[in-house]
Ligand binder design. Structure first.
Ligand code: ADP
Ligand code: ZN
Length: 808
């Protein structure tokens, strides 16, 4: 019988393809290894899922041999490969695309070796696989030599012009722009117009500072108990095999967790500043002592240099830091050091879920409630949910940590699937939770700034903070200067041509941060003449940016008004009202990767008095001298058409409040609202997280939303409105008539237009499937998958979103 390999290729299909393993490669081709295989006359890079001796299910003459083996040591370890297959099945995602999330770059050496084998008569297509050449990177730069005019043409001339204009460039970057850059560079180098140089790329910023090793503090009682329970779970799972509790290869149902004698998954519920990080550090230490590796996931690594520094201070070079700012070569070096077991701890954002941590024993998910753990394009996976799955399959302990746990995690605690660990108090002896007051904007008008969103109490509190030489954070969840531009004559809102959303006016960078009119008081709607120069209208959903028109597109009146308050305007207004204060802003518009770290560093060093920003300011920063937090408009997040709006608003409020008073000086929080009775606001003001969770879970049960039920969202979009609507209607009808739909075990809601009905020029529709149990939901999705593949208008695009998070 032939030796056959099931290979996943990078095409959007869920099945694997069968190839024959040539005799020369028998014994070398193992699951998880990358191979070259012929697919429609191209040579594609695929991943072996399984190898077995068996008779083929299809005509044996149709089975082609594998063209070449790429990895001698499988790129994906067995544990990771099994997990990825399960992830693909869970999300109804094509296996080839799921594998791509975890595959490393392909080394140039490997490519060279493959080409040398002379096997490549078909077109070699490495797909979107990145190529790296070890740690050395090639750079090109222009010399002082001047060519004779007219002797250079085409790409060579263009490449030389680029190098002269921009200075030295990595060759890889030039290749991204010019397909034939290699030969152009070679030509230029022969004529001494360009020099080529190979050297190590600059070190990753996280490595720049040699971290000092720290001395672990003594744990308080609650921390100690949490650490002990995690350690006990690690001990139970790391017991030598034979007990057979957790062989990584078996496929038990996740439900088994509940019946296990010892919990292996935890919710670490600790108030802001309670010292969760210290518990993580101890957990990693016990994991390493048992000879196993650990994985730490954080929401946004660019915003958490402090956290990374604390890990580095404890584990030094035993730590791989994975983040989007890494060069391909650095990323690959990190990947390789984990893969060979040289480094055993990885920390990173969502995508770190796929790190090849050796003998995985522990996964930590910090700020597990954070929405950024859900990937919202391509394979729509939730890294927190999948962390639980991966840990379970690997026989690893999983710890989800938060001051504001997600409703999903709390539900898992109630169902006995997560064990709860609590840290009820702030870790610093003198620190206590800040005092929170609500400012009812219906009762308090504008303070001296004239802007109704900077009330008198907020203004006074800022004055007091400045007088005491302390720092303040002002949180406002809207970027830009003015969130909407409205015609003062006919009331028409200026919207994006491609999306059904309002355009935001951005003033952009100006040297002078003072408000436009020194007479003070920029009114909520500034008349046209007072508008500063050089601003742009931007769509926050597509890439549109354009000038501010001088008249209304609808009635033609020259009476456009800038309405509402965004962070740019808030920054300007605050700077105008407090001329002596150093004001800075942190949001996506000012913050590139290094920039946000620089702003936070200045804040920590006391070089900023008032920091204005979006939710970027709420994320876990430990800033000792911040004593005032102002929430400028708590209502903004609560009104969205999303069943999680209250939960998200509550989390934001508690998290931002948690930035105040983290040391000896007491903190104060002012929450401005027109809706002080809203549960999210009232419970946040009372620091009553359990109370909010209790109530929210009850509400979800009543309205039938997760975690009381399970959802899958079919997202349909098309350039033509009718095509999109037609496809949505067909899907909904099919869902209603499939067995699960008929039996009412799956409820079908819709089709309906999405809340954002048009995005990037495509009309959007949705069909929501809801069920009490996962099984029927999966049944219905399986029934729909065939229709999606080949039963719909080709111009309609359909995405299945299992456990959706974004509802807009
Ligand atoms: P969290 O992650 O829960 O918000 P952190 O881990 O940032 O809290 O801890 C808050 C502060 O308390 C940090 O400055 C940390 O160094 C300090 N800390 C943590 N545990 C202890 C302890 N056992 N004794 C003294 N200080 C501690
Ligand atoms: Zn747009």
């Amino acid at each position: 019988m032939p030796l056959l390999a099931d290979v996943a290729v990078p095409v959007p299909l869920s099945q694997a393809f069968t190839y024959e393993v040539p005799a020369a490669l028998a014994g070398e081709v193992r699951p998880g290894a990358r191979v070259l295989c012929e697919f429609h006359r191209r040579k594609l890079l695929g991943v072996v899922l399984a190898v077995s001796e068996r008779s083929a299910a299809i005509d044996p003459s149709k089975i082609k041999p594998l063209a070449a083996l790429v990895d001698a040591r499988p790129a994906l370890p067995a544990e990771l490969l099994a997990f990825l297959q399960e992830l693909a099945a869970y999300y109804f995602a094509p296996i080839g695309e799921v594998l791509r999330l975890a595959l490393p770059a392909i080394e140039r050496e490997q490519v060279r070796a493959l080409k040398a084998q002379g096997e490549l008569d078909g077109v070699l297509d490495l797909g979107r696989a990145k190529q790296v050449g070890g740690r050395k990177v090639a750079y090109a730069s222009a010399t002082d030599v001047v060519e004779e005019p007219g002797t250079l043409r085409g790409q060579a001339a263009a490449v030389l012009a680029l190098l002269r204009a921009n200075g030295e460039q990595p060759v890889a970057r030039i290749e991204e722009r010019f397909g034939n850059a290699r030969s152009a560079l070679k030509k230029l180098a022969e004529r001494n117009l360009v020099t080529l140089d190979e050297r190590e790329p600059p070190r990753d910023p996280f490595f720049r500072r040699a971290e000092e090793r720290d001395v672990p503090p003594e744990l308080n009682a609650a921390q100690a108990e949490a650490a002990e329970r995690i350690d006990a779970a690690l001990a139970a799972l790391s017991a030598p095999p034979g007990g057979g509790e957790h062989p990584a290869s078996t496929h038990q149902e996740p439900r088994r967790i509940a019946q296990e004698p010892r919990p292996s998954a935890f919710l670490l519920f600790g108030v802001t500043g309670s010292g969760k990080t210290e518990v993580y550090l101890r957990a990693i230490k016990s994991c390493l002592e048992r000879g196993r590796g650990a994985l730490v996931m954080v929401p946004e690594i660019a915003l958490t240099p402090q956290l990374v520094a604390r890990f580095r201070a404890r584990f030094g070079d035993e730590l791989a830091v994975l983040h989007s700012g890494l060069s391909d070569a650095d990323r690959h070096a990190m990947w390789a050091s984990l893969h060979v077991g040289k480094v055993r701890v990885a920390i990173g954002a969502r995508s770190a879920l796929f790190a090849p941590v050796p003998d995985l024993g522990l996964i930590l998910v910090d700020e597990e409630h954070d929405g950024s753990f859900k990937q919202e394009e391509g394979v729509r996976y939730h890294a927190r949910d999948m962390a639980l799955l991966r840990a379970h399959r690997a026989g690893a302990v999983c710890v989800l940590g938060s001051a504001t746990p997600s409703i999903e995690s709390v539900a898992l605690v109630r169902r006995g699937k997560l064990a709860e660990l609590r840290l009820p108090d702030r870790a610093h002896r003198e620190a206590s939770l800040p005092e929170v007051s609500l400012v009812d904007l219906r009762r308090f008008g504008a303070g001296p700034s004239g802007d109704p969103l900077i009330s008198l109490p907020l203004h006074r509190a800022l004055e007091k903070t400045l007088a005491a030489k302390e720092q303040a954070i002002l949180f406002l969840n809207r970027r830009g200067f003015a969130p909407s531009v409205v015609c003062g004559s006919c009331g028409t809102l200026t919207t994006c041509d491609a999306c059904s959303v309002a355009l935001t006016y951005h003033r952009g960078r100006r040297r002078d941060a003072r408000p436009p009119s020194p007479a003070g008081a920029p009114a909520p709607a500034a008349p046209l003449e007072e508008r500063p120069e050089g601003g742009r209208l931007r769509c926050h959903y597509c890439d549109y940016a354009g000038p501010l028109p001088d008249r209304c597109g609808s009635c033609g009146a020259r009476n456009l008004l800038l309405e509402g308050l965004g962070t740019e305007r808030l920054e300007a207004t605050i700077a105008g009202s407090f001329p002596e204060a150093r004001v800075a802003r942190l949001d996506r518009d000012v913050a590139g990767k290094d920039r946000s770290q620089a702003i936070l560093a200045r804040m920590r060093e006391g070089k900023i008095d008032i920091l204005v920003g979006t939710q970027m300011v709420t994320k876990g920063h430990d800033l000792p001298n911040v004593t005032l937090v102002g929430v400028v408009n708590a209502d903004a997040a609560l009104g969205l058409p999303d069943f999680r709006a209250a939960e998200r608003g509550f989390q934001l409020l508690v998290q931002v409040a948690g930035r105040a008073g983290r040391r000896d000086r007491p903190g104060r929080v002012l929450i401005q609202t027109r809706n002080p009775e809203h549960p999210a606001i009232a419970f946040a003001a009372a620091h009553d997280v359990p109370g909010f969770l209790e109530r929210e879970i009850r509400d979800r049960e009543e309205v039938g939303y997760p975690p009381a039920t399970r959802l899958a969202l079919l997202r349909i979009d098309a350039v033509d409105e009718g095509v999109g609507r037609g496809a949505a209607a067909k899907l909904a009808a099919h869902a209603r008539t499939c067995p699960e739909g008929v039996a009412r075990r799956v409820e079908v809601l819709g089709p309906s237009a999405a809340p954002i009905a048009r995005l990037r020029g495509r009309y959007r529709f949705r069909v929501l499937l809801r069920a009490r149990e996962r099984g029927p939901l999966r049944g219905a999705l399986a029934a729909l998958a065939g229709l999606i593949r080949d039963g719909l208008d080709r111009n309609a695009r359909v995405m299945i979103d299992v456990d959706p998070v974004a509802m807009l």
